[in-house]
Ligand binder design. Structure first.
Ligand SMILES: Cc1cc2nc3c(=O)[nH]c(=O)nc-3n(C[C@H](O)[C@H](O)[C@H](O)COP(=O)(O)O)c2cc1C
Length: 360
């Protein structure tokens, strides 16, 4: 039987990911206020592993306390958090999936109300668990409190925090790491001319705006050695002429690859409010294809990929190497099982406990 392309393994460095259907990172706002993952994360990520997604990526996980988006985000800046991730990664691995983590810093979009469960919006006050945010330049995101401009020491602190978070991630059992440089969070704020007005070596030309990201990639690669795959998530466009453009991101992807990143996870948007994003099925695919083609690096697409046939076509055509699914895997954590059946493939790794649920 021919194995559909989305069910073919992908080897990156020392890790073989069993298929090309991957969980996109999804903030759950389900830590208490200590950044420690909970049973929710075990069930949320664990059910996607039961559903045989090849790679299960934990949500934006803060590298330092002020790197959280909300007071209810998870973190990996201390040993208690690291130890709480261990049973979750062990369960994902027990299902044959690869546990991955997105290491994040929210920058000026931090200290905000979680997506649900609270009666306030915008910036959280100290009483609500909020904090003073930091960013490349002291420009507020629409409706949020203004950040402080980061000093050179702040930048050095963050690079070290990413390195330490990478160390703890491996100790926690994660086998793939992703640096979050998208969606208007700290590293995207450095990359975008809309949010980076600095006049020092971290602002101005693209190479300067990419400097912190490249420093982070080098520090993380140095920490994790040669066998662990390192992904970067980019916003390939700010969807406005004044913002970051696809050609910029294709160039930064080349530099990122040279500095030790192996895989580009291509999303878009998030830098500021009020920008129209023309969404629709596969609306970000062309940006991923652009990075794939021009930077010559393995790449995934994300964004309204919802059917087995669509996913198979994207990988089989060579447009991208894998697909990331977010909301579709929330609606159906067993999407990969369903996709195998839909594509007429008898998945050998079907969970034995669910054998009697196999559609024949
Ligand atoms: C509830 C929710 C939480 C999200 N959290 C994250 C996150 O932690 N990190 C990230 O890079 N993207 C995050 N995203 C974006 C998704 O990973 C994904 O890129 C986006 O939803 C588009 O893909 P989809 O149409 O398959 O959902 C989130 C999206 C949703 C809906």
């Amino acid at each position: 039987m021919t194995v559909p392309t989305i069910f073919q393994p992908l080897t990156l460095r020392g890790v073989t990911i069993p298929n090309r259907i991957w969980l996109s990172p999804l903030c759950e706002y389900s830590a208490k206020t200590d950044g420690v993952p909970t049973d929710w994360h075990m069930v949320h990520l664990g059910s996607v592993a039961i559903g045989r997604a090849g790679l299960v990526m934990a949500e934006a996980t803060a590298i330092e306390p002020i790197g959280r988006i909300s007071p209810h985000d998870v973190g990996i800046w201390n040993d208690e958090q690291r130890d709480a991730w261990k049973p979750i990664t062990a369960f994902i691995r027990s299902q044959g999936s690869i546990p991955a983590i997105q290491l994040a810093h929210a920058g000026r979009k931090g200290s905000t109300a979680p997506g649900w469960g609270v009666d306030y919006s915008g910036t959280a006050t100290p009483e609500q668990g909020g904090w003073q945010t930091q960013a490349p330049s002291p420009i507020a995101f629409d409706g949020y409190a203004a950040p402080l401009e980061m000093t050179r020491d702040d930048i050095a602190r963050v690079v070290t925090a990413w390195r330490e978070a990478a160390r703890r991630s491996l100790e926690a059992g994660f086998e793939v790491l992703e640096i979050h440089a998208a969606h208007g969070y700290l590293l995207h704020e450095f990359l975008s001319p809309l949010t980076n007005l600095r006049t020092d070596e971290f602002g101005g030309p693209l190479m300067n705006r990419a400097r912190v990201l490249l420093d982070v990639i080098r520090a993380v690669r140095d920490q994790i050695g040669d066998s662990i795959p390192l992904f970067v998530r980019f916003s390939a466009t700010d969807w406005t002429d004044e913002g970051l453009q696809p050609a910029d991101v294709e160039q930064v992807a080349v530099w990122a690859h040279e500095c030790g990143a192996d895989f580009m996870d291509i999303s878009t948007g998030g830098i500021q409010g009020g920008i129209h994003i023309p969404t629709g099925p596969g609306y970000q695919v062309r940006f991923a294809e652009g990075v794939h083609r021009n930077a010559q690096v393995p790449t995934s697409a994300v964004g309204q990929i919802t059917t087995p046939e669509q996913a198979e076509e994207l990988v089989a055509s060579g447009a991208v190497d894998a697909v990331m699914l977010g909301r579709e895997l929330m609606r159906d954590p067993h999407f990969a099982l369903r996709a195998a059946t839909a594509l007429g493939y008898d998945l050998p790794s079907w969970p034995p406990q669910y054998e009697r649920a196999k559609l024949r």
